[in-house]
Write a protein that binds this ligand. Structure first.
Ligand SMILES: NC(=O)c1ccc[n+]([C@@H]2O[C@H](COP(=O)([O-])OP(=O)(O)OC[C@H]3O[C@@H](n4cnc5c(N)ncnc54)[C@H](OP(=O)(O)O)[C@@H]3O)[C@@H](O)[C@H]2O)c1
Length: 307
């Protein structure tokens, strides 16, 4: 298949391109920097800004892909969660307008796009894809990000495509990499455990995320699927564990009230209310399973890298 990848140089994209080649596909990267991408990834390119509709329509039509993978984001490497709404303005536009442009540019192609697994209404147990999305008590700073992710999912579903709800992404280039911003904060004792740390994190290694995309290319599956590892873990478990892996001091503990002025409502909710997700449907319908079944194994590997 000729597979157009928008976001080929991102955390998932850079793992996806070699996997596509290995699987006998022909990747084509949509990028604003074609020279650099050709040099870095050794792929054919389409030069376009995903938000400039005419350029996307022309470039993608000329490339004539059989499939389009939308991994477009513009998330700052060091995210200020207290200002999430501002930090996500561009990512939200990429998820709404960027998605519209890609769908319209290749109406006959197979479409797969990146969504997130943080969309669920807090509740008990793991969320499968039928669980309600966040409708009650949604932190203000998260509202526009949630709406954009759901808009992307709606567009994909209406077009018969597949939206993958990725869990917390780790791996090279991510905030959780050996040289990532979250890792640096934990190492420096500046990533506190807020409140009880009761929120569940469903992690996913970027290589496993990329493998799920490849698995979805030639399967007749549409709608949304959770893509996360088998062991959702509470913040109160993984933060101290990662600190131990790094040889750092125990993370500081602060109350929700103390954290609110710094982390904001979303930062507090992130560590205390997020619901873990069930990956059973993706396993069954994509015949996919995470190579790193537990975040512990993946983090051990990633954090031992000398980056
Ligand atoms: N589920 C999760 O937890 C999750 C999901 C995604 C990202 N993240 C985190 O967010 C941070 C950034 O990750 P990232 O993968 O987004 O990295 P990134 O290196 O910022 O990649 C963004 C990709 O989107 C493309 N892009 C952005 N704006 C574009 C535009 N207007 N037109 C065309 N292409 C555009 C870029 O392409 P060009 O520059 O080549 O044009 C690039 O390939 C990391 O820490 C990552 O772990 C987390």
């Amino acid at each position: 298949m000729r597979v157009l990848v928008a976001g080929a140089t991102g955390v998932i994209g850079r793992r996806l391109v070699p996997l596509l080649k290995e699987a006998g596909h022909e990747p084509v990267a949509l990028t604003r920097n074609p020279g650099a991408v050709r040099e870095r990834l050794g792929v054919e390119t389409v030069e376009a800004d995903a938000l400039v509709r005419e350029d996307v329509l022309k470039g993608v039509r000329d490339a004539a892909p059989d499939a389009v993978v939308n991994l477009l984001t513009a998330i700052p490497a060091k995210l200020d969660v207290s200002r999430l709404a501002e930090e996500f303005v561009l990512t939200n536009r990429l998820r709404t307008q960027g998605t519209r442009n890609l769908l319209d540019a290749a109406p006959g192609a197979r479409h797969i796009a990146e969504s997130v697994a943080f969309v669920y209404q807090p509740g008990d147990g793991l969320a499968d894809e039928d669980a309600p999305t966040w409708y009650d008590g949604t932190p203000d700073q998260f509202v526009t990000t949630l709406e954009a992710a759901l808009d992307l999912e709606r567009q994909l579903t209406e077009a018969g495509g597949l939206a993958l709800r990725f869990g917390h992404l780790y791996g090279p280039g991510s905030g959780y990499a050996a040289d990532g911003a979250t890792t640096a904060a934990i190492r420096a004792g500046q990533f506190p455990l807020i409140g009880g740390g009761n929120g569940y994190f469903s992690f996913i290694h970027s290589a496993d995320a990329a493998a799920a995309v490849v698995a979805g290319l030639d399967r007749d599956v549409s709608g949304v699927l959770n893509i996360a590892d088998d062991h959702p873990t509470q913040a109160r478990e993984w933060i101290p564990e990662v600190a131990r892996m790094l040889g750092a001091l125990e993370p500081p503990v602060v109350s929700e009230e103390q954290a609110l002025p710094v982390a904001g409502e979303w930062g507090v909710a992130f560590l205390n209310r997020l619901r873990g997700v069930d990956n059973a449907r993706a396993r069954a319908s994509l015949d996919w399973r995470p190579r790193y079944a537990s975040w512990r194994d993946g983090f051990e590997v990633e954090l031992s890298k000398d980056e």
